[in-house]
Design a protein around this ligand. Structure first.
Ligand SMILES: *Cc1c(COP(=O)(O)O)cnc(C)c1O
Length: 355
């Protein structure tokens, strides 16, 4: 914060909720965790989450999506390995290796380019058709990496482990196991959150990579599997209070019209902060001890809330989502999207803090 500027909107991360989820997920998978902290730890603040997670006994390491994220987390020197999940450009490799970052490898060309001291996780494409080598080629690459003393892990990624029909995920698992069987024993990992919740402990695996589940969310059919706790609470301050008279409208498009004297709180949270504009005319917030509707269009920087009859003053906080009555899942549903997109869409104007 600069000088006298007060926080306008704050996303607080509950270390207790995160720790609880990590313990639950590690117990269910029967492995340590390679915790995804990509995309600013799913919007929670990568530095905050990485520091809490690195101190957790169930966490083996931290996983990121981009070389920039890898450099940022590795520079924190948290004492746990940082693993990059998507291929870096060749010119980025030396710096990543110097920082101790584990590199994804999915081709022989990448093996040949690895400098001394590089540590690789071989990426196997078992059906996602996104990254990595097909199984037969992966075995060849794995042998080459092992011969160079650079093979630390082998991994793949499920396309459908969070769905009710697990037949394709089981096929992917079988393909992955054929690769593991052909290679010397190293760290094997395949399960995302859906995989951990759907499959539980998987023979032969020694790490798991639950992302969204670590932050407290799972698809409806997997929710009964573990008691996960939402990690983030998002709050924003009231910046003005006024009264709308019958017949007056509120916000862009004049969508909402008052039919009675309506006391309105303007809250400093808009779509530029990640509050989905598509939640217009569906959203509600917790304010003054009650659940109250958002009135009219959600704007770029603010939204308006019906606080009729409530003791709410300028500077008070509204809760947009948290562990209570309104969760990220509700906001995602109002916005016609998924928890992943809402969380990773939280803007830079929202402060991140540890609770
Ligand atoms: C993002 C990601 C994960 C975590 O996925 P969730 O669905 O959030 O559990 C795991 N592995 C890889 C390779 C990923 O890209």
């Amino acid at each position: 914060m600069l000088g006298t500027m007060l926080p306008r909107a704050v996303a607080t991360v509950s270390a207790a909720a995160l720790g609880h989820n990590l313990t639950q997920l590690a117990a269910r998978s029967g492995t340590k965790l390679l915790l995804p902290v990509k995309a600013d730890a799913y919007g929670h603040g990568a530095r905050i989450v990485a520091a809490v997670a690195a101190a957790h006994p169930a966490v083996w390491g931290l996983a990121v999506a981009t070389p920039q994220e890898a450099a940022e987390i590795a520079a924190l020197d948290l004492g746990k390995p940082v693993t990059l999940l998507t291929p870096p450009a060749p010119e980025e490799v030396p710096e990543l290796v110097a920082l101790g970052v584990r590199l994804p490898v999915g081709s022989l060309e990448e093996v040949e380019r690895l400098p001394k001291g590089a540590v690789a996780h071989l990426k196997v494409d078992t059906g996602m058709n996104r990254l990595g080598a097909r199984p037969a080629r992966a075995i060849e690459i794995g042998h080459r990496l092992a011969a160079r003393g650079q093979l630390e892990g082998v991994y793949t990624h499920f396309a459908t482990a969070d769905e009710e029909d697990l037949s394709f995920a089981r096929e992917q698992l079988a393909r992955f196991r054929t690769v593991l069987a052909a290679l010397p024993p190293v760290l094997a990992h395949c399960a995302n959150g859906g995989g951990v919740l759907s499959f539980g402990a998987l023979d032969g695996m020694n790490l798991a990579r639950p992302g969204l589940a670590s932050y407290g969310f799972a698809p409806p059919h997997l929710r009964p599997v573990l008691p996960l706790r939402p990690v983030m609470t998002l709050r924003a301050r009231v910046t003005q209070r006024h009264t709308a008279h019958p017949g007056e409208t509120i916000s862009y498009g004049a969508l909402w019209q008052a039919t009675r004297e309506t006391e309105v709180a303007v809250v400093g949270m808009g779509y530029a902060d990640g509050y989905p504009r598509n939640a217009t005319q569906k959203a509600s917030v917790l304010i003054g001890g009650e659940r109250r509707p958002v009135l009219g269009r959600i704007c770029m920087d603010q939204c308006m809330v019906d606080v009729t009859g409530l003791e709410v003053a300028v500077g008070d906080w509204a809760e947009l989502w948290g562990e209570g009555e309104i969760t990220v899942r509700d906001v995602a549903a109002w916005g016609g999207t998924i928890e992943y997109e809402v969380l990773t869409g939280i803007g830079r104007r929202v402060e991140r803090a540890l609770a």
